[in-house]
Design a protein around this ligand. Sequence first.
Ligand SMILES: *[C@@H]1O[C@H](CO)[C@@H](O)[C@H](O)[C@H]1NC(C)=O
Ligand SMILES: *[C@@H]1O[C@H](CO)[C@@H](O)[C@H](O)[C@H]1NC(C)=O
Length: 357
Amino acid sequence: MRLSNLVTLSLMGVASAAPARHHQHIEKRDAVTTTVKTQVTVTQGITGQTNALLQEDAVVGTTAAAAVAVAAAAGTTSTLEPSSAAGSSSSSGSSPSSSVTAGNAKGITYSPYASDGTCKSASDVASDLAQLTSYGIIRLYGVDCSQVENVLKAKASSQKLFLGIYYVDQIADGVSTIKNAVESYGSWDDISTVSVGNELVNGGEASTAQVGEYISTARSALTAAGYTGSVVSVDTFIAVINNPDLCNYSDYMAVNAHAYFDENTTAENAGPWVLEQIQRVWTACGGKKDVLITESGWPSQGQTYGLAVPSEANQKTAISSIEDTCGSATILFTAFNDYWKADGAYGVEKYFGILSD
Ligand SMILES: *[C@@H]1O[C@H](CO)[C@@H](O)[C@H](O)[C@H]1NC(C)=O
Ligand SMILES: *[C@@H]1O[C@H](CO)[C@@H](O)[C@H](O)[C@H]1NC(C)=O
C-alpha cells in the first residue's frame, strides 16, 4: 500500500484507514521538563554552555558534558559506528567543545510528496535535492514513491542517507526495496542508518518490546542483504525518557525533539532546549548510547503555543540557535513545507519547511 494513497484518504476524511499519525507531531507534555530547564538558560557558545551545565549540578553536569560529546560523535558521518562513538564517550566525556561544532546542521529531513499527496517525479526530487547539498545527511521516512532510488540518483556523492522503513508490518519488503535501490544506484556506503518505525511508542502504536522485535527483524534482513551499518527506531525524546527499555535495542538513540511543542521555550532558546533533551536521553540510557536528534525545527506559520510563536523570523532564529548549540548532532526538520499533511495540532504541521518561502 502506498503512502500517497493513504495520505489522500486521510485528507479526504477517511482517517481511520490511514496510519493516522504519519509524520504528525503528537509529542506528549513533559511534566519533568521544568525541573531541569534551568540547567541551560543562555546561549553563550558551546564552552560556555557546558560550563553552565557543570556548575548547575556536578553529577548531571558531568554526564551532560559527556552527552554532548556523544551526540557530536553520533552526528559525525565518519564516526557513526556506535562502538567508536560510545567508546570515546565513556572514556572521556571531558572535551565537548572540541567535538560539538557550530554552523550547519548534520542533516535535514526530506519527504517526496506533492501538495496533493502524490509522489514527486524523479526530476522534481532531483531539483529538491539540488537545494540540499550543504547537508551531510538526508533523512527519509519511507520507501514508497521510489524515494530511495530517486534520492540516491540525485544526491551529492558525499551525502549519506538516513533511511526509514515506515510500515513495521512490511519490514522485509522495505529491506528488499532498499537493497534493490542501493545495488542499482549506489552502495551500502551511502547509507548511514536504517530506521524502522517513527514515534511508535510516543504514539501508543507499539510497546517497547515490539519495537525491539521490529529492530531485530530489520537488522537480520539488512544483514542478509549486505548492510552492516546502524539500525535504529526513531521515537520522541520523551518517549525514550519515559520508556528507557527503548535504550536496549537501537544501535544509538535516534530521537525527535521539537522546542515548539514544549510551549515554554522561545525560538531564541530552541538550541539550548534541544541540547538539554540530548543530555536527558543520554542520561536515561545510562550513558550507554549515543544520541542523534533526528528531527528538530520550528514552524513558520500556525498558532502561538505559550512562548512558542510561529513566524518566518522565529523559524530562522530557532534554526540558527539549534545549529549554533548542537547542529553537529541534529538532523533539521524539514526541507520543504508539507502541504500534503493535515493541519495538525495548533495548525503548524504543514509549515516546518526551512527552504520554503
Ligand atoms: C534493558 O537493559 C537494562 C540494563 O541492561 C535491563 O536492566 C533491562 O531489564 C532491559 N530491558 C529489557 C526489556 O530487556
Ligand atoms: C510550562 O510552564 C507552565 C508553568 O510553569 C507549566 O504548568 C507547564 O507544565 C509547562 N509546560 C511544559 C510542557 O513543560
